[in-house]
Unconditional design. Structure first.
Lengths: 109, 599
């Protein structure tokens, strides 16, 4: 393993406390199920809440807790991913009713 | 000359270099293809290889390259040779060499499966070049960390107004980590609280100056006012040379900075490094944005802070005499590294940014664009010191930047405090990361031979002890120029590698090859000058006086300089042979130049 990978992995390993790391893994596993459920109709964008972009997203979308999800403007805050699936399905149904580009789900964690 | 004119020159430089030269090379020589798969998309693993949006990646790359370098280099060079040579080198360097180095570091990695420069050197040049590059990195980091600790300790000792702000930055960073990751507070509220308190602490600095002055005096009283170390520094007394003294207060602040870096290096990232960087970002971004726009507006709103007071040109070799030699060529070209060209950028671009580029069309805006923006940061530092009052370089910079910020209605003394704090914050944030990388490098390098250095605490202590030893030798300017030499040598080697690669794939190599030759010759010459200065003006004089610490420190620095020269000669020789080999192989087919390719 190269030097940079060592530093990078060490930073990733200590990047979050254990409970948040578990939560992040669950979020990651859920994100990987999206292509199976919705194919290429959904694009997901992950935003680190503890970042400058996260600050502005939190400010604009008035989010105070995480993870927070925004599906075409519809918002959900919490870790019940079935609720996000429902939001995505609903957004896709609306899209099908009126032809438009792909649905975008973004999440802050 | 005034700041408005300089800002116009800066903006024009960025526009012309990007649109008239960089885009042409990208289109005609590299022929970037948005449809070609990048390593980030081919090998996505969520750790190293991760396709990332170009706007995010631009910010990430810029944050990683633009730190203390462009600020410190411009300050030192303007004081040594005047503002005119400094601005000319910044403009020409970034236009013809700097962007090309950053951009090419990314290109060469992307077109070689995301491999690092050392891995590509191993394949294209010679196996030994990889080993030499690996050893080189440790000394490079050591010199960098020492230079940064040295300048921060000096500023903190001489400017007690900065103490409260930096103490609060540390405390607020720790609090932010606790709020975000343990109490799970919302980011907006936590940011407002922690950044707000830090900012208040910085602005309140002048009120607490007397308290911290007393604290420093108390520390110095512990030895009855006797210095801990006395050494001859040839750069003091306007380069006539004088005895310098390391007082307990300076050592205290150097150790305090190292303790901060140690904590940042061994604590979990979420606990300290990440939140401190986050709070520090807001402080430095606020100062830079207010300063840069203020510099442009000052000509109309507050003309007295917009006029250059520093001499335009101080001479080709202004310090010839007892202090040693300081010729404009080659020393200017290593004193200002970041902002004009920097090897760190190519190194980081090849192992970091290149593995996150999702589309080849992003290579130029991310690599070249970030470098051109960093040039603006270097220009801001140069303007600040050019309009600042006389005195120590960092003091002049803070006074100048404070003047620009005061255009917004902030009283000058508070604006100057903000400028001082921004300087320390920018340098501090980088230094803690340098120590983290340095301890990992040390444990990788010597861990098998000396098992105790595998411990993060032992390796951190070794790195810190070496850095403090170098700081105690004084002669900070030589140390900075040694760092510049190492950095620019890395840039020359990166450009050399790009040249060999371009020759190997039958592309026009001139845009990288000519700068590589210039930087290679310049860097080796500068390292020879630095070795001469260190040996004859520091080592020998202190040896004759029987001063052990500066003798060991300056001896270590001379050894590092000579090692760098030997490494450069080996890699240069191997690179030249590889270049000729590929040229001969490609000889039957004429290499298209940008002009012919366009036709």
């Amino acid at each position: 393993m190269g030097l940079r990978q060592k530093v990078q992995r060490e930073m990733l390993e200590t990047g979050l406390p254990e409970d948040l790391k578990q939560e992040f893994h669950r979020l990651s596993e859920w994100a990987h199920t999206l292509p199976e459920k919705f194919g290429t109709r959904v694009r997901i964008r992950l935003v680190d809440a503890a970042s400058i972009e996260g600050f502005f997203k939190s400010l604009i979308r008035r989010v105070g807790r995480y993870p927070a999800f925004s599906v075409d403007g519809a918002r959900y805050v919490g870790a019940d991913f079935s609720r996000v699936d429902a939001l995505v399905s609903q957004a896709l149904r609306q899209k099908e009713a009126q032809p438009a580009p792909r649905s975008t789900a973004s999440t802050s964690n | 000359m005034n700041t408005l004119l300089a800002v116009i020159i800066g903006v024009l430089t960025v526009y012309l270099a990007y649109t008239r030269y960089a885009r042409r090379i990208d289109r005609n020589v590299i022929q970037s293809d948005p449809k070609r798969a990048t390593p980030a998309t081919l090998y996505m693993d969520g750790v190293d290889f991760m396709p990332t949006n170009k706007n995010i990646l631009f910010g990430y790359h810029f944050k990683s390259i633009a730190a203390a370098g462009p600020i410190v280099g411009a300050i030192v060079a303007a004081n040594l040779w005047g503002w005119l040579p400094a601005i000319i080198w910044l403009v020409l360097g970034v236009s013809f060499i700097g962007w090309a180095s950053d951009y090419s570091g990314i290109v060469i990695s992307i077109r070689n499966d995301g491999n690092s420069l050392s891995a590509i050197a191993h394949r294209l040049v010679s196996p030994r070049s990889r080993t030499i590059l690996f050893m080189f990195i440790f000394f490079y980091l050591l010199v960098g960390a020492s230079a940064f600790v040295g300048i921060m300790a000096n500023v903190m000792e001489s400017q007690p107004r900065t103490h409260l702000g930096i103490i609060l930055l540390t405390a607020m960073g720790l609090l932010l980590g606790q709020m975000l990751y343990r109490w799970r507070t919302g980011l907006v509220g936590a940011t407002v609280l922690t950044v707000g308190v830090t900012l208040l602490g910085i602005l309140a600095g002048p009120w607490t100056e007397e308290i911290f002055k007393g604290f420093n005096a108390g520390l110095n009283a512990m030895t009855g006012g006797t210095p801990l170390v006395t050494y001859f520094d040839p750069t003091l007394a306007n380069f006539k040379g004088a005895d310098a003294q390391i007082m307990p207060s300076l050592l205290f602040w150097a150790i305090a900075i190292c303790a901060f870096c140690y904590a940042g290096s061994v604590l979990p990232i979420w606990r300290m490094a990440q939140p401190v960087v986050y709070v520090g970002f807001w402080i430095s971004a606020l100062s830079i944005v207010l300063g840069l726009v203020g510099a442009a507006l000052a000509t109309f709103i507050k003309p007295e802070v917009a006029q250059f007071v520093l001499p335009a040109f101080k001479g080709w070799n202004p310090q010839l005499g007892p202090a040693g030699i300081m010729p404009l060529w080659p020393m200017l070209f290593v004193t200002i590294a970041c902002g004009a060209i920097s090897g760190w950028h190519a190194l980081f671009g090849s192992v970091g940014t290149a593995r996150q580029i999702e589309n080849e069309a992003d290579m130029l805006p991310v690599g070249g664009g970030s470098m051109l923006c960093e040039f603006l940061l270097g220009l801001l530092a140069l303007l600040a010191v050019a309009v600042g009052s006389k005195g120590a370089p960092v003091g002049a910079f803070a006074t100048g930047l404070g003047g620009f910020i005061s255009v917004w209605g902030v009283p000058l003394q508070y604006a100057t405090s903000l400028a001082f704090a921004a300087f320390i914050v920018i340098v501090l944030v980088v230094t803690q990361l340098l120590f983290r990388v340095m301890r990992v490098t040390l444990s990788e390098w010597l861990g098998d031979v000396i098992p105790p250095v595998r411990s993060q605490h032992v390796s951190s202590f070794v790195c810190i002890a070496l850095a403090i030893l170098v700081v105690m030798t004084g002669t900070w300017i030589y140390l900075w120029q040694l760092l510049g030499g190492a950095n620019q040598l890395m840039a020359a080697l990166a450009l050399l590698l790009v040249t060999v690669w371009l020759a190997s794939v039958g592309k026009s190599w001139y845009y990288a090859g000519l700068p590589a030759v210039f930087m290679y010759v310049t860097t080796i010459a500068s390292l020879l000058v630095t070795s001469y200065n260190l040996y004859f003006n520091v080592y020998q004089i202190n040896l004759a006086a029987g001063r052990v610490v500066p003798v060991i420190g300056s001896g270590l620095m001379v050894m590092v300089a000579l090692l760098l020269i030997v490494a450069a000669l080996f890699i240069g020789f191997d690179g030249w042979r590889a270049f000729l080999r590929y040229r001969r192989r490609a000889a039957p087919t004429p290499t298209p130049t940008p002009a012919t390719a366009r036709a």
